[in-house]
Design a binder for this molecule. Structure first.
Ligand code: GRF
Length: 194
């Protein structure tokens, strides 16, 4: 925790694997508004994740850690989180299943954003499946992370209407726009309840 502009801010970590557009929206939101948090570290399990560059440009400590190799690397992550006094871990396009011991250690302190109206369409290729099933609505969900894929308690979700003209790409665009709005705000809500 650190005092910024006279306000107490909690440190959060964002875990990514790729583009990092949610990461960007979280950083921008927290630097422009009166939020309860600031992004202290960014961890990517992919070396070439574009999100790492976003973090660097904003002067945020960022790490590439190949989590597939050994448990030692998991310990490296834990050390980073401890050292930086991280209160909440936010997964944003993080494409790796976290180990059980990690989830247990950070119980109630890891959240994720998923591009569907959970519990519908867990897992990958959500928009493709939504279109194939002729859904009238889709959306996105922020949820706690537990040991099962996209199955933790739902914190917040928002619906998006699908029209006749929509395809996989347009739906992805619409949903992503909403993700960028709801995730930064929901992080504040979660922190206010911790
Ligand atoms: C988002 O659609 C998010 O919901 C999903 O992966 C995508 C990540 O996009 N988990 P980005 O890396 O934040 O741009």
């Amino acid at each position: 925790m650190k005092k910024l502009n006279g306000k107490i801010k909690h440190n959060i970590a964002v875990f990514i694997s790729g583009r990092g557009s949610n990461l960007k929206s979280i950083i921008n939101y927290s630097s422009k508004r009166r939020t309860l948090y600031r992004v202290k570290v960014v961890i990517s399990n992919k070396q070439k994740a574009a999100g790492l560059l976003i973090a660097k440009k904003k002067g945020i400590k960022s790490y590439y850690i190949d989590l597939t190799k050994s448990k030692k690397l998991g310990n490296k992550v834990l050390n980073i989180l401890n050292k930086n006094n991280i209160k909440l871990v936010c997964l944003a396009g993080f494409m790796k299943i976290l180990p059980k011991y990690f989830i247990k250690l950070y119980k109630g302190k890891i959240i994720n954003i998923h591009p569907s109206l959970l519990p519908k369409y867990k897992g990958l290729n959500t928009h493709k499946r939504v279109i194939e099933n002729n859904e009238k609505y889709t959306g996105c969900t922020v949820h706690y992370v537990n040991n099962f894929l996209d199955s933790g308690k739902i914190i917040f979700q928002r619906k998006v209407k699908i029209t006749q003209k929509d395809n996989k790409r347009s739906v992805e665009k619409k949903v992503l726009k909403i993700e960028h709005k709801i995730y930064p705000k929901t992080i504040d809500k979660v922190l206010s309840n911790l």
